[in-house]
Design a protein around this ligand. Structure first.
Ligand SMILES: Cc1cc2nc3c(=O)[nH]c(=O)nc-3n(C[C@H](O)[C@H](O)[C@H](O)COP(=O)(O)O)c2cc1C
Length: 353
């Protein structure tokens, strides 16, 4: 029996194996509403044997979308279709999760297949972006508006309301997107946060936005599991780094965050990333070792053997996979075959086993 297919309890959550679908924007929503694309896209991973599926970055307010095609959860009307998605996932023995997000200065952008460029605030497809400080990501981007204290407090409240809707829609994992240079990460990193009030400057001040969001979201949580995705490093001098991630993870775990989902990068355009197989694993391993927090690792994990070794050697608790799931939505069933583990297939598909 490969440890990759051993179950794990995370708080009151039971995952049947260690393979989790990493959140992936589909840029296919209208006004934030999910549709049949999202149902089939996310549903296929449940029939494919994933233990949990984290839905793409889902915006807590309209201006928090990366693009006009992002999913949103700022309105009660978004709940109905999302509930259809979570129902299907649960009916097929997987756990539905949602990533709550705000893109900050990286919002108001085009869909990747249309060129990604940022829209002017006056463009019908764009809007005025906001950020901790009036600094752009790319030199040619539109300058974001520096958030005022009352606006920051309102966003904390909106994260809470979004979590409430997510729970009403049936998600069992609430993941906060604090990575990849989006709004929460913009507060964490000294390269994007040059505020001089209680939300900027010292480490304690830069992590305040995230901690206050967690405290607000926790007011809504009953049995759901709270996860946070972080970028362990900015891959840039004087930026956010592993030491700060370790210190933050201690706070997160104390606050009741059950999984630290360890990614990296995205804060600044001059980052220099060392890419390679499982290149972000050393960060997850260090956070797990130094803090005792449960972690998920993600990034260029492509083979059954690689994933299995990571779990067997207790380098991380969960494996998150993105692109290989797009390539093969039934990846866990095929990994199990490769590792000679007998896992159940959907009855409808048993003749192909
Ligand atoms: C199409 C696509 C969309 C993505 N959208 C998100 C997202 O919404 N939230 C997020 O945290 N990461 C997002 N990512 C990053 C992935 O979750 C993952 O961290 C990254 O692709 C590395 O994993 P991989 O090598 O298994 O693809 C996206 C990646 C892809 C390919």
């Amino acid at each position: 029996m490969s440890e990759l297919f051993s179950s794990i309890n995370i708080g009151s959550l039971h995952l049947k194996n260690r393979l989790v679908v990493s959140p992936m924007c589909q840029y296919s929503a209208k006004d934030g509403f999910a549709n049949n694309w999202h149902l089939v896209h996310l549903g296929q991973f449940a029939t494919g044997g994933a233990a949990a599926i984290i839905q793409e970055a889902t915006a807590i307010v309209p201006e928090g979308r990366i693009s006009y095609g992002d999913l949103g959860i700022w309105d009660d009307q978004h709940i109905e279709k999302l509930r259809e998605i979570t129902t299907f996932i649960k009916e097929n023995d997987a756990v539905p999760g949602i990533q709550l997000a705000h893109a900050g200065r990286k919002a108001s952008s085009n869909k990747p297949w249309l060129g990604r460029g940022q829209f002017a605030p006056t463009d019908p497809l764009g809007w005025q972006t906001v950020a901790p400080s009036a600094l752009t990501f790319h030199s040619g981007d539109y300058v974001p508006q520096e958030l005022k204290i009352d606006e920051i407090e309102d966003l904390i409240e909106q994260f809470g309301r979004a979590a409430k809707r997510a729970i009403q829609a049936g998600y069992q994992i609430i993941e906060l997107h604090a990575a990849h240079g989006y709004l929460i990460h913009q507060f964490l990193s000294p390269l994007s946060n040059i505020r001089t009030d209680k939300f900027g400057g010292s480490f304690e001040n830069r992590i305040r936005f995230l901690l206050e969001i967690i405290r607000r979201v926790k007011l809504e949580i009953t049995t759901q599991s709270l996860w946070v995705r972080i970028s362990a490093t900015d891959w840039a001098p004087d930026g956010w780094d592993l030491d700060q991630s370790i210190a933050l993870s201690r706070f997160l775990t104390e606050e009741g965050v059950e999984i630290i989902d360890v990614s990296s990068g995205g804060a600044v355009s001059h980052q220099k990333i060392d890419l390679g197989p499982a290149y972000q694993l050393p960060f997850a391993r260090a956070i797990k070792e130094k803090t005792g927090s449960k972690t998920a690792t993600v990034g260029l994990i492509k083979t059954a053997a690689q994933a299995s070794d990571i779990i067997a050697q207790e380098q991380a608790d969960l494996i998150m996979i993105a692109r290989s799931f797009l390539d093969d939505p039934h990846l866990p069933l095929h990994f199990a075959k490769e590792l000679s583990v007998d896992v159940p297939w959907p009855k409808q598909y048993e003749r192909a086993k």
